[in-house]
Design a protein around this ligand. Structure first.
Ligand code: SAJ
Length: 427
């Protein structure tokens, strides 16, 4: 199948890189977003999200005329839906963006067109939600037009490279739909393209992120057990991972971001009677911030009123600026709510304004009058800190490391007492 024009619905972390990568291959791309501010800013050449290399790629695509930005779809050979699927407070998937994107393209889908859903979605979304909306006009998915599910699997920070190099799963409502999807992504994908059915592809995406969540949950539970038994979980995991068939991930302050901390709930919602391990793992990871706070109370005493704590890192993981669902934010907020005098510093977003989290815009301001330094994210700015320099910038002599990135010996020699999450004793 040949594609001259593609319409991409949703210009966020996935839609915008995908639209501009197609445009860079000479395809005419109509990028559509429902948010007028996103449309206006892109039309003026401003890229609203940070991802290495994206600004340049979008600028080139706009300048070449291959990418145009609009608030409404237009006729095209293929339509890609890449809108967010957040969840409600009760952890049920919020499918409103997927529904409204499908409704918006429905009047434009013609005989022989291809429609792809990329948004992470609960099983059966393609067949159960998207197909019926598109079929309202009388056409049949798989017969009159092609319909596929093809999940994004790219890692924030490496999106443009992984988009091209990663293996791509394409699940069709029938085989000819999957083949049409393959023809589309072959335009830029260099990785293997695997064809399957739509619901399997939906499951694959959820299984990948759920597997990672469950693996981190067991690491976090091991950290609690290690603490109880007075041993060092990091050392125990390192040794266990020498076994050729064991690969335990790292414990930490919890699991954040908009993917791994969200997606497993879609399986719990779809089959609550079966997905018990998945639910428990989510609960373990969501409660991990409490164990960091407990550790701080072991070091400073139960009453945290007036205690001066420098919180290093607020992002959901190292070397990104994304604060969504971040356990570090959660911890900083709880410490402040318990009366501690928190000064939090996020080097990738020094001007962050977060409700309930007193933040400062430099490391020295965070450290200057602290009594305890708490490291919550393994950013390179913190990993490279020299103990002999830190000791000159702060009256604090207590260091709590929740992510195992600070060299304990060097900090001890510089005069600190050092504590680490998952280690049942002072280092
Ligand atoms: N984390 C740990 N311990 C670890 C690894 C991670 O506590 O050993 C924490 C991180 O600090 C972070 C959270 O887990 O808070 C998630 O980080 P991550 O790097 O594991 O994953 P994401 O959310 O940035 O990206 C994931 C990726 N999925 C997998 O690796 C299976 C990515 O490929 C997906 O495209 C992305 O989710 C997505 O969009 O679904």
């Amino acid at each position: 199948m040949e594609f001259n024009t593609i319409c991409v619905m949703g210009l966020g972390y996935i839609g915008l890189p995908t639209a501009s990568t197609f445009a860079s291959r000479g395809i005419k791309v109509i990028g559509v977003d429902a948010n007028p501010r996103v449309v206006e800013s892109l039309q003026n050449g401003h890229v609203h999200i940070y991802e290495p290399g994206l600004r340049e790629l979008v600028s080139e695509s706009l300048a070449s005329g291959n990418l145009i930005i609009r608030n409404q779809p237009k006729p095209a050979d293929a339509f890609i839906i890449a809108v967010p699927t957040p969840f409600y407070d009760d952890k049920k998937a919020d499918m409103r963006f997927v529904r409204s994107a499908a409704e918006a393209i429905a009047p434009f889908v013609r005989q022989g067109n291809l429609v792809v859903l990329e948004s992470t979605s609960p099983p059966m979304t393609t067949c159960g939600i998207v197909a019926p909306i598109l079929e309202r006009g009388g056409m049949k998915a798989g017969e009159d037009f092609y319909l596929t599910y093809s999940p994004e699997r790219v890692l924030p920070g490496q999106i443009l490279r992984e988009l091209i190099e990663n293996a791509r799963v394409i699940g069709g409502v029938n085989h000819s739909s999957a083949e049409a999807g393959r023809d589309l992504y072959r335009i830029f994908v260099k990785g293997e393209i695997i064809l399957t059915d739509a619901t399997t592809a939906e499951m694959v995406k959820l299984m990948e992120n759920t597997y990672r969540d469950v693996n981190i949950a067991i690491a976090n539970e091991f950290s609690r057990l290690a603490d109880r038994f007075g041993i060092d979980v990091w050392e125990a995991i390192r040794i266990a991972n020498l076994h050729p068939r064991v690969k335990i991930l790292n414990p930490g302050p919890g699991v954040g971001g908009h993917c791994i901390s969200v997606d497993p709930w879609f399986l719990v919602e779809a089959a609550p009677d079966i997905a018990t391990l998945i639910r428990t793992s989510r609960q373990v990871n969501d409660s991990q911030p409490e164990f960091v706070i407990r550790l701080i109370q072991q070091v400073l005493g139960k009453d945290l009123h007036g205690k001066r704590i420098a919180v290093l890192g607020l992002a959901f993981k190292p070397d990104v600026d994304d604060l969504r669902e971040s356990p570090a934010v959660d911890i900083a907020r709880h410490l402040a709510a318990k009366g501690a005098q928190v000064k939090a510093f996020e080097p990738n977003k020094p001007d962050a304004e977060i409700e309930g989290v007193p933040a400062v815009d430099s490391l020295s301001k965070a450290l200057e009058d602290a009594e305890l330094v708490l490291v919550l994210v393994g950013h390179k700015e913190f990993r490279s800190l020299e103990a002999t320099q830190v000791v000159k910038q702060t009256p604090a002599r207590l260091l709590v490391d929740a992510v195992n990135v600070m060299p304990a010996e060097a900090f001890k020699q510089a005069g600190f007492r050092v504590f680490r999450l998952g280690v049942g004793h002072e280092l």
